[in-house]
Design a protein around this ligand. Structure first.
Ligand SMILES: Nc1ncnc2c1ncn2[C@@H]1O[C@H](COP(=O)(O)OP(=O)(O)O)[C@@H](O)[C@H]1O
Ligand SMILES: [Mg+2]
Length: 262
């Protein structure tokens, strides 16, 4: 750890269980402020489970989980406070279909602040502008392309100015061009707003170009941690199998029967 960049996320020897079964073990990870980290791995490897530990949705069965330099609080009120500092973009967007783009982005502001209406409207316009969608403020989700809807969801995740952004499979269902737009936006927002970003994905080739650091999760643990260049050059057969998307090899894909649409 350099003293210039404190860890926004710090995990030490963490074990995570789901339904009484260990999903991840011996997880140690530091995410320095300002970085974009790619968390890669096949479906069912435990990527979303890892994110759940950061938001306090899932309590670690062992080890230390710290976000913003503090252990995950257990008291409900403190947990809600922590979550306001974490912007989460989930796979399904979660946009409310009967609200406009602007109304969707304004939801967290109406729920968590007592700001007057004109201030909220202004903040909403700023967030939509940040994702390049100011002109779409009055559109309903059904009137937006997949990529635009994803960017509205991103603007909503940014509404409360969270210092940490978490993206769970932000490219699912997007075509290559929209994927490129979303990933470039992830990087640009990270740098212009001074954020720290964790991008969970199995889309290696779209994500690595914008990442500072990559980890690969497979077989219940971290099998690689290093720069994107080092990842591409890794001689590890497990890593290579994942990078090339090969079904046969050291990663037991049979253990992860869930398949997501590629
Ligand atoms: N709520 C849950 N209860 C029981 N098992 C779960 C739950 N969520 C996930 N799992 C299991 O944990 C493993 C990791 O899942 P997940 O973290 O969603 O993987 P990924 O996000 O990498 O696709 C899978 O085997 C999955 O079936
Ligand atoms: Mg997942």
């Amino acid at each position: 750890m350099t003293e210039a960049a404190p860890s926004i996320v710090h995990l030490r020897d963490v074990r995570l269980e789901r339904g009484g079964r260990t999903v991840l073990r011996d997880i140690s990870l530091d995410v320095p402020k300002g970085q974009v980290i790619a968390v890669l791995g096949p479906s069912g490897s435990g990527k979303s489970t890892l994110l759940a530990a950061l938001t306090g949705e899932l309590e670690a069965a062992a080890g230390t989980v710290e976000v913003f330099g503090r252990p995950i609080p257990r008291r409900n009120r403190d947990l809600l406070e922590l979550r306001k500092g974490i912007g989460v973009l989930l796979q399904g967007n979660g946009l409310l279909t009967d609200l406009t783009a602007a109304e969707n982005v304004g939801l967290p502001l109406r729920a968590h602040t007592r700001l007057p209406r004109p201030v909220i409207d202004r903040l909403v316009r700023m967030k939509l502008h940040a994702v390049g969608l100011r002109a779409a403020a009055d559109a309903f989700p059904r009137e937006l392309s997949g990529g635009m809807a994803r960017r509205v969801a991103l603007a909503r995740a940014l509404a409360l100015d969270p210092p940490l952004m978490i993206y769970d499979e932000p490219l699912t269902g997007l075509d290559p061009i929209a994927s490129g737009v979303v990933m470039a936006l992830v990087r640009r927002l990270n740098d212009t707003l001074g954020l720290t970003s964790i991008v969970v994905t199995h889309h290696v080739h779209e994500t690595l170009p914008v990442a500072d650091h990559a980890i690969v999760i497979a077989n219940g643990g971290i099998v690689f941690s290093g720069s994107p260049d080092a990842l591409s050059a890794s001689p590890d057969p497990l890593v290579q199998q994942f990078l090339k998307g090969e079904p046969d090899g050291p990663i037991g894909f049979d253990a992860a029967p869930r398949t997501e649409a590629a």
